[in-house]
Design a protein around this ligand. Sequence first.
Ligand SMILES: Cc1ncc(COP(=O)(O)O)c(C=O)c1O
Length: 448
Amino acid sequence: MTAHTKPPIPQAQIPNDLDAYWMPFTPNKRFKAEPRFVDRAEGMYYFTPDGRKLLDGASGLWCVSAGHCHPRIVEAIQRQAGELGYATNFNMGHPKAFEFASRLASLLPGDIDHVFFTNSGSESADTALKIALAYHRARGNSSKTRLIGREKGYHGVGFGGISVGGIVSNRKQFGTLLAGVDHLPHTHDLARNAFSRGQPEHGAELADALEGLVALHDASTIAAVIVEPVAGSAGVLPPPKGYLERLRAICDKHDILLIFDEVITGFGRLGASFAGEKFGVLPDIMGMAKGLTNASVPMGAVGVRGHVYDTLMGDEDLGVELFHGYTYSGHPLACAAGLATLDVYRDEGLFERSAELSPLFEDLIHSLKDARHVIDVRNMGLMAGVEMASRPGAPGARGQEVFKRMYDLGVLGRVTGDTIAFSPAFIAQPAQLETMVAAARQAMSEVD
Ligand SMILES: Cc1ncc(COP(=O)(O)O)c(C=O)c1O
């Protein structure tokens, strides 16, 4: 593995004006009263302006899988910025976008051989949904317009993503959302599956709810089903054994496209290159972001199978085949970062390392079973959620306090509700995994 060493950078000061910046997904007033800053990162660590070192147990937001500021990725971005900082891909092209698409396509499962570039996971979700609608229309099935998501699902924050998403707080402020959307039930089942290691035993039958939605709406109106193979933001919910296979079979039966949102699960997070490969279930369309560039430059991508691409390309010259794209689709800096990231994954064997670390990570994380407040531990590859009982009348409060206590102890986790999630970079050392788990145990013991 590459040693992440570079000269120290002078410490930035905490800015005087905290008011102008409206922070995302953050209680702004609370944060600004008690700010937490980092101004440098390297490998497994963030550094704070006052010189503290924070072990990053969340690899940023499940995204810096090769560790922070990887020198090869940094160098590729710097070089690209001086060569070609921007070029559009509308009616023009630059080589790195094509090169990166081919490299990526060769890594994607099955015949997912074509790639559309976006700039984020949210854009990937919306793009995937739009491609599904356009696909059915191109085949003359223009009544197939319904989109099916899942309760507790997270597909980013665009209108498409929150419509098919199933996290109520992300939806309730924003009106009626997209019309013609329905949801499958979630698979979170503490009564039957608490403390499962990897895929839970119970719940494959929850996929049959799709048959129920077909009975309600008719297959002739349903375009696509979108799920996260392992739900991340809802607190790490691996799919019950047989669930994804069943969903695939029902989609095939009714000519419904299956979309996997692999924004978190892609690029080695599950100890395999992608969830599609890990579970042996091939979606028609898959969304990616995060690990795509090791989060060094914002980028997302949507991969599609041959039949989807060929349908939309048509047999004749159609002019513009898909009226969709972004100013920054295939941005040169992102492509350079993505190419360097794929090199790093390959040369450092990081997907394999993720698989190698997974059993140890599983044992360590499940050792929290008897920690204070804990009611469930879930894991798959290098992602895990440790769920605590909610404080009566104050869901999420305990999670926030444990997260803050862990931060004071020098470890960053991720909090969603009362679940503390971990998703370390694949370069983590066993002792660092132990430190994360020990900090969680201590914080849980100290918070009521
Ligand atoms: C499964 C999934 N889809 C989409 C997104 C949205 O990605 P972004 O925040 O890059 O828009 C996320 C972000 O966490 C995600 O986990």
